[in-house]
Design a protein around this ligand. Structure first.
Ligand SMILES: [Zn+2]
Length: 315
């Protein structure tokens, strides 16, 4: 049995081990012999693991799967979507802002990361969980903030968070007090302060989302990476996630002020060298991408000034 029941009716299917991202987790919500798949996994393989898990539970992929729900369109979350759709016929659901990634997964590398041509070529040969080696698929349904997704008698509320990327949603099960938090509030590697965003992401949306999620009654936080469920004080988890973002912003402000001015390459160098805050390392584009999005937020807040040559100055 490769599915483990972690809360009554909620099963985790562990995907590949992905270095600093830990294990990639998919979830099954099972209610009244209906199954909903959340985050159909990386690079196709967990698509297989999910099918096996459904059969192991005595359920039929063809008859019992009512939906395939994606928190967002990154490769490690949608890799098995096409395979699962083919095997089950169930509708694939994602927010409109990430639908393009489901249709054309290569756009993640082309448009969502700060990366030059050489970096893109290198990524084609990469074995990381963010590689794209699976076909795209047309979404069957767009999910919106406030929607309800039903499986059996369970109702999940869709909350658009839009921080990690512009189409990122989380799903709240008020009955079980469980939140499927995707990559918006995660724990890789056992460090909620570590985060990254893609070029469509937003630091202010991320902070606002964390503030909102903190107000919900949550006992089970179910992120898509590393540990599959967090039962310790969930409010502490939110606090650390939010602190991580603020620490990251403060570091950039401090170093722009120390240097007098700085470009993204210099700030990336400073951040890796300082080792004072946890940074994503396994893909060389994640850190400069997250720095770029954060600088835009600081500029918008009037704390720094950008210029046409890509150099940032204190305000
Ligand atoms: Zn992601």
């Amino acid at each position: 049995m490769n599915a483990k029941e972690i809360v009554s009716g909620i099963y985790v299917v562990k995907g590949k081990f992905a270095d600093e991202f830990g294990f990639i987790a998919s979830y099954l919500v099972v209610d009244d012999d209906e199954v909903l798949v959340i985050d159909p996994g990386t690079a196709g393989d967990p698509g297989k693991a999910i099918l096996k898990a459904i059969k192991d539970l005595g359920l039929s992929p063809r008859k019992d799967v009512v939906g395939i729900l994606c928190t967002h369109g990154h490769p490690d979350h949608i890799g098995g979507a096409a395979r699962l759709h083919k095997a089950t016929g169930a509708p694939v659901m994602i927010h409109r802002n990430d639908a393009e990634l489901l249709r054309t997964p290569q756009l993640f590398i082309k448009e969502r990361l700060r990366m030059d041509f050489a970096g893109r070529v290198a990524m084609k040969f990469d074995k990381s969980p963010l590689r794209v080696n699976f076909p795209g698929i047309e979404p069957d349904r767009f999910i919106e903030h406030g929607d309800t997704i039903r499986v059996g008698s369970t109702a999940l509320t869709v909350i658009l968070t839009g921080g990690h990327c512009s189409g990122h949603c989380v799903f709240y099960d008020a009955t079980r007090k469980a939140l499927f938090s995707g990559d918006e509030v995660n724990n890789f590697p056992n460090d909620p302060r570590k985060f990254y965003v893609d070029l469509t992401g937003s630091i202010s949306a991320k902070l606002a989302a964390i503030e909102h999620l903190r107000t919900l009654d949550i006992e089970f936080l179910l992120p898509a990476h590393d540990v599959s469920h967090i039962l310790r004080d969930v409010s502490l988890q939110f606090e650390e996630a939010s602190n991580g973002v603020i620490q990251f912003q403060d570091f950039l402000l401090e170093h722009i002020s120390l240097r007098g001015d700085a470009d993204i390459n210099q700030l990336t160098f400073d951040m890796i060298r300082a080792r004072s805050i946890p940074v994503p390392q396994s893909n060389p584009a994640l850190l400069p991408t997250t720095i770029q999005v954060t600088l835009k937020a600081l500029e918008k807040a009037g704390l720094i000034r950008g210029s046409n040559d890509g150099v940032w100055h204190p305000a």
